[in-house]
Design a protein around this ligand. Sequence first.
Ligand SMILES: C[S@@+](CC[C@H](N)C(=O)[O-])C[C@H]1O[C@@H](n2cnc3c(N)ncnc32)[C@H](O)[C@@H]1O
Length: 162
Amino acid sequence: MLEIGSGTGINFSFYKDVSVTAIEPNPFLRKTSYERAAAAKTPIHVMEGNAEQLPFSEQSFDTVIGTLVLCTIPNPVEAIREISRVCKPTGTILLFEHVRHENSLLGKLQDFLTPIWKRACDGCHLNRDTIHLLKQEDIEIIEINKHVGNIFITVEARKKQM
Ligand SMILES: C[S@@+](CC[C@H](N)C(=O)[O-])C[C@H]1O[C@@H](n2cnc3c(N)ncnc32)[C@H](O)[C@@H]1O
């Protein structure tokens, strides 16, 4: 299983009976990922890396996970392509993200706040339309659930079957 942008490794304690590779570009966050990986119940290999250029061959992983990460990645389209490339055709892509609100007024408020938010929150975009980006790529969405006034989404997806 691959986790992209593991940050401090907050998800690691949830993983059991699976071998995990985690990539994290930020050295300060990655340090905590290493510590959490060492304390995890399952083997977790933490590496430096960017989701836009994953250092893995095609179809390497059964599952690819990202939480609150596509909002921050500078080039989310490239990252989605890379996720699709390294995920097996039978594999699962699991995402938890906050997204641009479908209500146009709230969406515009997010557009307005994003430049300041980005500076304060390490490049995070409040207004990423992640569902739209996923649908434009080689990804088939199996299930989307919306949470907290539709600002957060959980997505189960897979590579589009040709
Ligand atoms: C809001 S944090 C979320 C961290 C973690 N996934 C979580 O749920 O707590 C966003 C993460 O995306 C990472 N990130 C930023 N640019 C990235 C990139 N190009 N590729 C992969 N991860 C990236 C950041 O370093 C940070 O760890």
